[in-house]
Design a protein around this ligand. Structure first.
Ligand SMILES: NC(=O)C1=CN([C@@H]2O[C@H](COP(=O)(O)OP(=O)(O)OC[C@H]3O[C@@H](n4cnc5c(N)ncnc54)[C@H](O)[C@@H]3O)[C@@H](O)[C@H]2O)C=CC1
Ligand SMILES: O=C(O)CCC(=O)C(=O)O
Length: 526
C-alpha cells in the first residue's frame, strides 16, 4: 500500500479520502532535518503553508510521486526541483478563494473601524468611544492589485458596498475588468488615487517589494493597504517608516516576509495596523474544500490517474482528458518507436497534429511524445512532469506543427526524429476509439498495431526476400506473429514490419542486414 505523509494540519475529510488508497501518517511540526530523514519512506506528501519542501527534501524523496498543497500558493515548494525529479505538484486553486477574499474585506473593515484595538480595550474594561472613531469605505476608491480569483471577488463585494474600483493586472483584459465594473489603470495611478489598496498577486521576481518606499511615497496620507496575498510583496521596513511618519494611514497584514512573524516593529504601531497570522484560508469551509480537492488528486495520482490541478504539468479537464487519452497513448508509442528507430542521439523532433487532432490542445500530446522518445534512455525516470525539461537539457529541438487538411483518418499524429544516425518518421492513428495503429513508416504506408517486440527492415521490393527473412528468423527459433510490407512503387524500396513473440537474439540483426536487398534492419521493444 502506498504511504502518504501529511505534515501540516489537514481537515479530516481529506485524510479519509487518502485512507481509501494509502497508509496515512500525520506528522505535523516536523523539524526540517527530520522531514529530510523520513521522506524517502513516502509516495506522497500533503502540506499547507507550514512545511517547506526544499530541494534537500526533494533530493531525499526517492519514492515521492506527488506533493499536494492544500491551498493556492506553492511558494513553499521548490517546484523546479520537484519537476526535475518527475514529482507532480498539485494545489487547490479555488478551494480557498472566498475565504481569502472575505478575510481581505474583513481586514479592510477592521482597519477602518479600529475593531481589533477597540475590542482589546473593552476586554481590558475601558470604554473609549472617541479614540476609536473610524472611516467609511462607502464612496471610497479601492485599488485592487491582481484581478484574479480572489481579487475579482473582493472587487465584486467592494462594489456592492459603494466603493469605486481601480484595478491593476497586466494579464487581464479591459473587457474582463469592465465585466467586474473595475477600471484598469496603471500602477502609479492606482497608488495615487486609491484610498484602500488590496494585494491579490503571487510573489514573483516582479512583485517582490512592489510596495516599497518609492511606491508608498506616491500614496495619499489617508491610504490604507491590505496584504492577504504573500509576504515580501510589501517591504516591511519601508511600510513601518511610512506608517510611523504618516506617509499612509494604515496597513492590515495577513502575510509577512518571514513567517511566523518574529520580532517586528510593526507590532508597535497600535491601531494603524491590523495583523493576523496567515489566516486568509482558515475557514471551516475552505479547509474542507482544499483538503478534499488535494486529497482526491493525490488518490488519483497514486492510482495512476492524472491530476486535475497540477502546477508542473498541463492540467486537463476530465472531459478533455477522456477524449485525449488514446492520443496520449498514441503519442507515447510513436515517440518511443521513432526514438528507437533513430538509434543514436536525437537532435530534433517534429510533431505534427493532423486532421481532427489539429484542433486539440497540443501540449499534452507533445509531452507524451517526448516521454515516449526518452523512455529508452531514461526508463521510469522520465514522466509527464519532466519530459520537456529532460528533452531541453539534452538539446533536443522540438518542432510542433498542425495540419488540419490531412484527412486520411479522423485524426493522425506524425512524429519524426532526426539524429546522429539519420532521420526516421512514423505516423499513427486511433482506430475504434482506443486502438493504436501505425500507418506510415519513413513515408511507406502500412497498417500495423504496435506490439511488444518488432522488427523493421528497409529493403528492395524483390522476389524471395520475405522468405529469406522468414527462414533466417526460423533458424534462430524466432516466432513471427504477423508480417506486413509497405511500398510506394512496385519493385522499388519497401519497408517490412514483423511482430515477433520474443526479443531478437543477439547477432541476428547483423545476419539480416547481410541478406541481399536489405538496406537496413531495426529491432524495437515497446
Ligand atoms: N492569505 C492566505 O491565506 C491566502 C493567500 N492566497 C494568495 O493570494 C494570491 C492571489 O490568489 P488567487 O487570486 O487565487 O490567484 P490568481 O492566480 O487567480 O490571481 C492572481 C492574479 O495576479 C495577477 N498578476 C500576476 N502578476 C502580476 C503583477 N506583476 N502585477 C499585477 N497582477 C499580477 C495575475 O494576472 C492574476 O490575475 C496568491 O498569492 C495566493 O497565494 C491565496 C489563498 C489564501
Ligand atoms: O494553508 C493556508 O492556510 C495558507 C493558504 C495560502 O496562503 C494559499 O492558499 O496560498
Amino acid at each position: 500500500m502506498p504511504k502518504v505523509l501529511v505534515s501540516d494540519p489537514i481537515d479530516q475529510a481529506g485524510l479519509d479520502i487518502l485512507a481509501q488508497v494509502a497508509q496515512v501518517d500525520v506528522k505535523t511540526k516536523l523539524p526540517p532535518e527530520e522531514l529530510v530523514q523520513i521522506i524517502s519512506n513516502y509516495d506522497a506528501l500533503m502540506i499547507r503553508s507550514g512545511t517547506k519542501v526544499t530541494s534537500e527534501v526533494i533530493e531525499a524523496a526517492s519514492q515521492l510521486k506527488i506533493i499536494g498543497r492544500a491551498g493556492v500558493g506553492v511558494d513553499n515548494i521548490d517546484v523546479a526541483a520537484a519537476t526535475r525529479r518527475g514529482i507532480v505538484v498539485v494545489n487547490s486553486p479555488e478551494g480557498n478563494t472566498i475565504a481569502a477574499a472575505e478575510h481581505a474585506l474583513a481586514m479592510m473593515l477592521s482597519l477602518s473601524r479600529n475593531i481589533p484595538e477597540a475590542d482589546k480595550s473593552v476586554k481590558e474594561s475601558a470604554w473609549n468611544r472617541k479614540q476609536f472613531t473610524g472611516v467609511e469605505v462607502y464612496k471610497k476608491i479601492l485599488g485592487v492589485v491582481g484581478l484574479g480569483k480572489i481579487g475579482s471577488h473582493v472587487a465584486t463585494v467592494a462594489r456592492s458596498m459603494g466603493m469605486t474600483i481601480l484595478a491593476y493586472d497586466p494579464f487581464i483584459s479591459k473587457e474582463r475588468a469592465a465585466e467586474l465594473n473595475c477600471s484598469l489603470v496603471d500602477l502609479d495611478l492606482l497608488f495615487q488615487e486609491a484610498d484602500y489598496i488590496t494585494l491579490h498577486i503571487p510573489k514573483t521576481k516582479e512583485t517582490a517589494h512592489l510596495i516599497n518606499a518609492e511606491a508608498l511615497a506616491k500614496m495619499k496620507p489617508t491610504t490604507r493597504i491590505i496584504n492577504c496575498a504573500r509576504g515580501g510583496i510589501i517591504d516591511e521596513a519601508a511600510l513601518y517608516d511610512a506608517l510611523k511618519n504618516g506617509v499612509i494611514a494604515g496597513a492590515a497584514l495577513d502575510v509577512y516576509e518571514a513567517e511566523p512573524l518574529g520580532e517586528s516593529a510593526l507590532r508597535e504601531l497600535g491601531k494603524s495596523v491590523v495583523l493576523t497570522p496567515h489566516l486568509g484560508a482558515s475557514t471551516t469551509e475552505a479547509q474542507i474544500n482544499v483538503a478534499v480537492d488535494v486529497a482526491e488528486q493525490i488518490r488519483d495520482v497514486l492510482l495512476g490517474l492524472p491530476a486535475r490541478s497540477a502546477v508542473n504539468i498541463p492540467g486537463l479537464r476530465p472531459d478533455v482528458l477522456e477524449k485525449l487519452r488514446p492520443y496520449l497513448q498514441l503519442a507515447e508509442t510513436l515517440g518511443n518507436l521513432v526514438g528507437q528507430l533513430a538509434g543514436g542521439r536525437v537532435e530534433q523532433v517534429q510533431i505534427r497534429l493532423q486532421g481532427e487532432l489539429a484542433n486539440q490542445d497540443s501540449k499534452p500530446i507533445v509531452i507524451a511524445t517526448l516521454k515516449g522518445l526518452l523512455t529508452n534512455a531514461l526508463r521510469e525516470r522520465v514522466n509527464y512532469v519532466n519530459a520537456s525539461i529532460e528533452a531541453k537539457e539534452r538539446g533536443i529541438k522540438v518542432i510542433e506543427t498542425r495540419d488540419a487538411s490531412i484527412k486520411d483518418f479522423t485524426g493522425s499524429l506524425y512524429v519524426s526524429a532526426q539524429g546522429s544516425l539519420g532521420e526516421h518518421s512514423v505516423t499513427g492513428v486511433i482506430l475504434g476509439g482506443s486502438e493504436v495503429r501505425i500507418t506510415d513508416i519513413n513515408q511507406f504506408p502500412i497498417n500495423v498495431p504496435p506490439t511488444k517486440y518488432m522488427l523493421f527492415t528497409l529493403h528492395r521490393d524483390m522476389p524471395g526476400i520475405i522468405g529469406k527473412i522468414g527462414s533466417l528468423l526460423g533458424s534462430f527459433n524466432v516466432n513471427i506473429a504477423s508480417m506486413q510490407v509497405g511500398r510506394q512503387i512496385v519493385r522499388g524500396d519497401a519497408v517490412m514490419v514483423l511482430s515477433i513473440d520474443d526479443p531478437l537474439p543477439d547477432g541476428i540483426l547483423e545476419e539480416i542486414t547481410k541478406v541481399p536487398g536489405i538496406r537496413d534492419a531495426y529491432t524495437v521493444a515497446l
